[in-house]
Design a binder for this molecule. Sequence first.
Ligand code: 5GP
Ligand code: ZN
Length: 113
Amino acid sequence: MEKECVFCKIIRGEVPSEKVLENEDLIVIKDINPKADVHLLIIPKKHIPSLREFKPEEADILGKMLLVSKELAKNFDQAKDGYKIAINVGRGGGQVIDHFHIHFLAGNLTGLP
Ligand code: 5GP
Ligand code: ZN
């Protein structure tokens, strides 16, 4: 847990968010500035700055984060036909928040890579 990290603050309930799902490892919230009809952020409860800092022993967190997308797809009609998963890594990769997260996007994906 990092004191000044906005995602850690969301996890602690100090910053409001629209929570979609939560379990012992992660939370899923709606992105505040959606780039598609459905734009969710899958965020691990453990503060890991980016994919670059993941340790081999933390690989199970990554797996759980990717697999939770199957649950999300069931809950959003726009994702029935498919969805997009995106990970930005570092400033050069478009990462703005230095707490690892996976973007879940569905519906109206035109213009996204
Ligand atoms: P990044 O560019 O780091 O991969 O993505 C960060 C994402 O977090 C952006 O899509 C941005 O809109 C979203 N975001 C930034 N601050 C907040 C916030 O306080 N609440 C929520 N729900 N999303 C946020
Ligand atoms: Zn954090």
